[in-house]
Design a protein around this ligand. Sequence first.
Ligand code: F6P
Length: 341
Amino acid sequence: MRIGVLTAGGDCPGLNAVIRSVVHRAITGYGDEVIGFEDGFKGLLDGHYRPLDLNAVSGILARGGTILGSARLERARLREAAENCGELQRQYGIDVLIPIGGEGTLTASRMLSDAGMPVVGVPKTIDNDISATDRTFGFDTAVTVATEAIDRLKTTAESHQRVMVVEVMGRHAGWIALESGMAGGAHGICLPERPFQVEDLVKMVEERFDRGKKFAVICVAEGAHPAEGSMDYRKGEIDQFGHERFQGIGNRLAAELEHRLGKEAKPVILGHVQRGGVPTAYDRVLATRFGWHAVEAAHHGDFGRMTSLRGTDVVMVPLADAVTQLKKVPTDRMNEAESVF
Ligand code: F6P
C-alpha cells in the first residue's frame, strides 16, 4: 500500500509523533510505502512531497511543530482538491490519504472522502474542541504550559500586590482556560461558553484583598466575552481564512479591572507559546496511538473515518461526526471549576 500523509491547519505538539507512528506501523507492520505532502493540502495540490522512511522520522517523537510543515488553505483551493481528487490519487499513486488536522482539515478531508478519495483522518487541536473524540493530542501540552504560567504569575503578582489577567487560547471553547485555571488555582476563570460579569471579578478581587490575600490571577480564554452591559467589548472580525480574530480580551479586561479597582492589573497573553515546544508524555502516547490506528484503519478499508479517543480506547468514527459541531465545556464542568475559586 502507498500512504500519503499531511499535516494541515495550526500546528500542535504531537504532530510529529503521529507522522512517526504512521511511518513505523506502515513500513515495519505492512511493508508499505509512505510519502509526506508538504504544507498541508497545498503540497497535495502543488506536487510538493517527499518519501518518508524510518530514517526520515528518526528523532522526531519529542519535537514540537511538524516536519512536513502546515498551512491553512482557502476554501476555493480545497474545493479544487476535491474536484480533482481522482486525478490527484492517480498522480501520486496513493491508496489512502491520512490528513492530520483540526476542524477545518477534517471538513476538507470529508469533502475529499465524499468525492471518492480513500481518507483516514487524525484529529488534532490544542483547543480540545473537536466533537466525536474525548481528547485531542496537544491539549495536555497547552494546559501544562498555561498551568506553569499561572504558577509563575502567582508569585510575582503576590510580590507586587497585583491582579494578573492571563489570556490563553480557545476561540470557541474554553477547555484550556478551564483546566489550566483549575490546575493553577486561578481565582477567576472566563470561558467563551459563559459570558462573564466584570462586577463578579471586581467583587472577588476586593474580597481577597479584604481578607489579606493581596493578589489575584484570572485566567481568560481568548474567545471569552463579557455579559451584555457588563463592559464595552467588541468581538472579533472574520479574517480571510474564515476565522474569528479577537480584539484582545486579556488586555481589555486588565484595563477595565485596573480602572474599577484602582489597583494595578497586568495582562499576560500566552499566545503561541502554548502551541510550541515538546509535547507532554500524554500527548506523545495519544498521538502515537492515533497514528497506529490510522494505518490499521487504512488496511481494513475503514475510509471516511477518523481516529477518536473514547474513554481509554481508540476507535474509528465517521468524519461527519467530527465536523458537525464543536465540543463546548458543559455547564457542570464550569460549576466544578467555580466551586474551588
Ligand atoms: O485552533 C487552535 C488555535 O490555537 C486557537 O486556539 C487560536 O485561536 C488559533 O489556533 C490561532 O491560530 P493562528 O496560528 O492562525 O494564529
